[in-house]
Ligand binder design. Sequence first.
Ligand SMILES: *[C@@H]1O[C@H](CO)[C@@H](O)[C@H](O)[C@H]1NC(C)=O
Ligand SMILES: *[C@@H]1O[C@H](CO)[C@@H](O)[C@H](O)[C@H]1NC(C)=O
Length: 213
Amino acid sequence: MLKLLIISLFVCSVYGYFTLPGQCPENVQLQEEFRLADFYNKWYQAYHYSSDGSNQNNCSVLELQTRPTGIYLNQSRVDRGLFHRYSIGKLDIPTSIEDAARLDVTFRFDDAPRRLMNRKYPFYVLATNYNYYATVYTCEYSQLINKHFIYVWILSRNEVLNDVSKELATRSLSRIGVDPKKLVKDDRSRCSPKYFEDKQAEPLTFRYPVIIR
Ligand SMILES: *[C@@H]1O[C@H](CO)[C@@H](O)[C@H](O)[C@H]1NC(C)=O
Ligand SMILES: *[C@@H]1O[C@H](CO)[C@@H](O)[C@H](O)[C@H]1NC(C)=O
């Protein structure tokens, strides 16, 4: 009973995140011959797009890390202008070369009900030249309301993305129907927040659709 209550509270709270009609874009062409090894090291989030219009963090940095148990994605950022936070997810590496850019990342939520504990999200690389820019997106579909959510990362090797790289990075957005004008530039002017406590927290860039059976 309690479990049901928790799940229904959860459903209500995620409901509003899914605003785009129908399913996630299909047959999207991703980066060809994607090389994960060249994707390592620091990426700054230069711009982002969140289809629900939320804008909760800036100063985001993404970085892949190899550990004995696998490859992990560390998303660090300043939440709500106040808190330094990071989220660690485990990367699933596609087995076939054609699907190399079709990554997935799984986050663990220790406090969630058991069936919601491990949440896997797509983390698809639309385009990258490894040295300057990368365009990555995630899409989650909610069966319950037949709507989806998209988050796009425009990543840059340098804190500032030059105009040519920005143009190259945003060109691929048409493949998922995202208007580049809707990108939000990240503010890196105050990246030393009031509470610099290097603490792990839930990622704010993915939305979990609860499946009702
Ligand atoms: C994740 O990255 C941030 C920023 O580089 C760092 O402060 C933090 O310690 C990292 N977390 C882990 C577990 O490596
Ligand atoms: C960072 O993001 C928050 C939104 O959560 C915003 O209030 C703040 O003005 C942004 N910019 C800086 C420099 O903190």
